[in-house]
Design a protein around this ligand. Sequence first.
Ligand code: GLN
Length: 192
Amino acid sequence: MKIGVLALQGTFFEHIHSVRKLGAEAIEIRKPQELEGVSGIIIPGGESTVITRLIHDYNLFDPLRKLAENSVPFMGTCAGMICLASDIGSTVELETLHLMDIRVNRNAFGRQLSSFETELYIPILGEKPFPGLFIRAPEVESAGERVGIIARLGDGRIVAVRQGGILATAFHPELTDDLRLHEYFLQLARQF
Ligand code: GLN
């Protein structure tokens, strides 16, 4: 099974490393033809304005949307979550991929608390807490009916969601040693 990791900017190398540690093939995606035969796509953390602009500049917008229409699973972390969202307010002028029915606040945690680590309780992963690493993270302000909530902070804020085969987190599992969310995503990709 081959997972394509969007390698335009951000934490793509860390995602590739996580996927390979789990025994699956991971390739860097920069050109539309590299999407051939992938069973899943990961959009990394980084800067969503830059990643979104490069998705357009590298002619990946339509091919990525087409993969999603064909039910290929996607995973987006932090900036990747913003790239997948249908509504990000007016903070980015370029069109995002609109693959998830979520409204995302890009600067949810302000400057004071822009980066932090906290233990998350994620029922689908079992009882052991997951290390939630938040770096200038967004939050999901609201989610449509088809969107399942996977994780919340202690104060109730939504920080991980899934809509069908599309998984998004406000935090960075790729920057931790805990591979359980990548494993969960690989299971979605295997079912594809
Ligand atoms: N705040 C960043 C953005 O708007 C995301 C930060 C991250 O991916 N760590 O893209």
